[in-house]
Design a protein around this ligand. Structure first.
Ligand code: PLP
Length: 432
């Protein structure tokens, strides 16, 4: 058979299998479907967080304990998604529950500075030498927006170097052709991990460059680690041009006590963090060199504002401090990331042993499954794996993201590997 005919036969078989898997999913998840349809009466697409949507409708989870989830139809899952990297603690850490209860007992939000915010700031600054001073926000998106505002104010310049495939929040993405959702800064969009092309692209803008905003590993972009030489090259570019180098470590700060910057020995001028540093509650923080962050010092007549009712909310501050002091320790993070490295190696070894062209990228406890080949086929294969694994009780992101949490141990990892082993044997002809 000529190869195009063979390809179209393969595509048809894959589409048919995927359609059947979706139908089966619908049959098994009537309650999730009903709740989704009801929500769609008052929210567009029944959705208020775009990344959670997938066709035909997303599962509605009712309960979580440790690394286990229960959905509206009573199915149980091992949670390998970990709230898109934010849920590093699992769903029921007693330390966080106690800290939140104690903060509740002291009164919700006191219309004032509180006793915890300074302590949390001090503990975080101690972990990240790049953060002499920091401020708190309610999300990672906001942290990046404020870091950019600081860089523009500090340098008196406007251009911002960012990277295709980068994700710094819903309003800071750079898809080809742009999107009206992205904030209207003066962005220059370069290729991630291509230092030579990046330097060429910014050549005409060197004296106008205010900031370089980069993830040390692209997270939503598919867990693509930044090459050490690339990130070091951006450090040098910032030094030569006077631009502020901002590392968005909102995901990668979990790769060691001091994030990926510690592992690489590269110190950015500013760092943004978020997610788990709020102990499971809404959180973001941006910080950096003293002379940059001082633009926010309200004692200075020329300071710029950074307001926000919930910036220092007492529940998040308490949960964040408990998390930083008791859970996000070097030992716990190193053990989790070592487990992740072994798991990713096992996954890649399984795909290789079965000669299925799928690879798993990532670092430590963060990883992404990537079927190889033409995008349409690769997407269909990724969806098929997703529906098959969900049916087997393994929950992760349809886009292939896996983020381990502390409660995931050897037993859960074996359960994932066993489920995948069976699926690869059953679906091999469709996935090769
Ligand atoms: C690297 C990175 N930056 C920024 C953000 C935005 O954080 P948030 O969703 O808290 O606004 C995310 C969230 O996924 C992220 O992964």
């Amino acid at each position: 058979m000529p190869s195009t005919a063979a390809n179209s036969h393969e595509a048809e078989a894959l589409d048919a299998a995927l359609a059947e898997a979706r139908e089966d999913y619908v049959r098994r998840n009537r309650e999730s479907q009903a709740r989704f349809m009801a929500a769609a009466e008052s929210m567009p697409g029944g959705n208020t967080r775009t990344s959670l949507f997938y066709d035909p409708f997303p599962l509605c989870m009712l309960r979580g304990e440790g690394c286990r989830l229960t959905d509206a139809d009573g199915h149980e899952y091992l949670d390998f998604l970990g709230e898109f990297t934010a849920g590093i603690f699992g769903h029921s850490p007693e330390v966080l529950k106690q800290a939140i209860r104690a903060a509740l007992d002291d009164g919700i939000n006191l219309s004032s500075h509180n006793a915890i915010e300074g302590k949390l700031a001090e503990r975080i600054c101690a972990r990240f030498p790049s953060m002499d001073l920091l401020r708190f926000t309610n999300s990672g998106t906001e942290a990046n927006l404020m870091a950019l505002a600081a860089a523009l104010t500090f340098t008196g310049r406007r251009k911002i170097l960012v990277f295709a495939g980068g994700y710094h929040g819903g309003v800071l993405t750079f898809p080809p052709g742009g999107t009206p959702v992205t904030v209207p800064h003066d962005f220059v969009v370069a290729s991630y991990n291509d230092l030579e092309k990046t330097l060429d692209l910014v050549k005409p803008h060197r004296s106008e460059l205010a900031a370089i905003l980069v993830e040390p590993m692209q997270g939503a972009g598919g867990c693509i680690p930044g090459a050490p030489e690339f990130l070091a090259g951006l450090r040098a570019l910032a030094d030569e041009t006077g631009a502020v180098l901002i590392f968005d470590e909102i995901q990668t700060s979990r790769l060691s006590l001091g994030g990926r910057q510690q592992l690489l020995g590269i110190t950015p001028d500013m760092t943004t963090i978020g997610k788990f540093f709020g102990g499971g509650l809404a959180f973001g923080s941006f910080g950096g060199r003293r002379e940059i962050m001082q633009v926010f010092d309200p004692r200075r007549p020329s300071s710029i504002g950074h307001a926000g009712t919930y910036n220092n909310n007492s529940l998040t501050m308490a949960a964040g401090l408990a998390a930083v002091e008791q859970l996000l320790t070097a030992e716990a993070l190193d053990a989790l990331n070592a487990r992740g490295d072994r798991f990713r190696a096992d996954l890649n070894a399984m795909f290789a042993a079965k000669t299925v062209p799928i690879t798993v990228s990532g670092l430590g406890s963060l990883m992404n499954i990537h079927p190889q080949g033409a995008p349409q086929m690769a997407n269909a294969k990724r969806s098929l794996l997703f529906f098959d694994l969900v049916k087997a009780g393994i929950y992760f992101a349809p886009r292939g993201l896996i983020a381990l949490s502390f409660p995931i141990g050897g037993q859960e990892i074996s359960a994932f590997l066993n489920a995948l082993d069976g699926i690869l044997d059953a679906r091999r002809s469709l996935l090769v």
